[in-house]
Design a protein around this ligand. Sequence first.
Ligand code: TXA
Ligand code: MG
Length: 345
Amino acid sequence: MIRIYDWKQDINVEELENVEKALKNGELIVFPTETVYGIGADALNGIAAKKIYEAKGRPSDNPLIVHVSDFEMLEKCVLNISDIERKLINAFMPGPFTLIVEKNSIVPNEVTANLNTVAIRMPSNKIANTIIKEFGKPIAAPSANISGKPSGTKIEDIKEELGEKVFALIDGGDTDIGLESTVAKVINGVPVILRPGAVTAEDIKNLIGCVEIDSHVLNEVSLDEKVESPGMKHKHYAPKTKCVLIDIDDEELRIEKINQLVKEDVCVIGFEKHKDKINTSKFFSVGESLEEFSKNIFSLLRKVDNWNCSLIVIEGVKPQGLGLAIMNRLIRTCEYNVISEKSKL
Ligand code: TXA
Ligand code: MG
């Protein structure tokens, strides 16, 4: 049986009690955050955390994010926070920001995949925050999707996939941001972005004075390479249908290239404002702005294999601000099949 709690308008107190009981019993829940939906369990219960890996089919070497409701709870999970780390925490939490820090031993090894660090995040979403606060303990949660699928941003996309495997799915409506949180780690005093998100490189630079973007954010990881974040090695978001990303800065040239690729059975994903300039009836809009692109792209990508086309051409964006997060996900969607400035025309 699939149990859905509709909290779009309000948090239901009785249902909240059921959720807490389920978490205490080591069961799983699907819950909204401001980025994407999470599939969560008691972060201090290794057996419960293991169930998350099973439900998602997630490789056991890929650690989970520990979600806290407040700074007091955060302190219990971490050790030896440096001044720069504290500055980042104070500035970007609660919010779409995850920091990798030294872990406290109360966080079980199942959650951190035996690393001595922990990924810590304080969601600003009211439902997520209330559940954690009422539960009184942190919740370990990766994105709510089967491993390799786009992260779930609406309950309709998640319920078939995970509904039978969790105690309840909590519907908080479509998630605001639509892409997962920024993951950062301070290395030798410099904040390094391991996964870009809505807290941008520019935001971090403005705060700390410096920032680095891990080279794997926009580049492929080779098999024998050592990476800062296990998630970088794993396959992400690639539909069965072949996709190509058009990474050309100049808008006119970009549209020209897309039009060159358009054929009978080719679909295009792009900005609404380019719909009339691209010569196809198989145009799927991501909206008007980077924020709408970010919010809509995962749900759209879940549908592309039903479009019965031979190729999907995806309009790229400038890899700045939120655009870096969008390009990081799209490059993987397209399995590094990118037409860039150099290969222009
Ligand atoms: O927005 C989000 O971050 C969502 C919501 C549910 O909070 N969660 C999410 O979790 O995207 P997940 O598991 O799909 O992605 C977590 C990423 C993975 O790439 C993982 O490898 C990395 O964070 N990670 C977790 N713990 C780490 C650690 N100790 N060191 C380095 N990377 C870590
Ligand atoms: Mg994920």
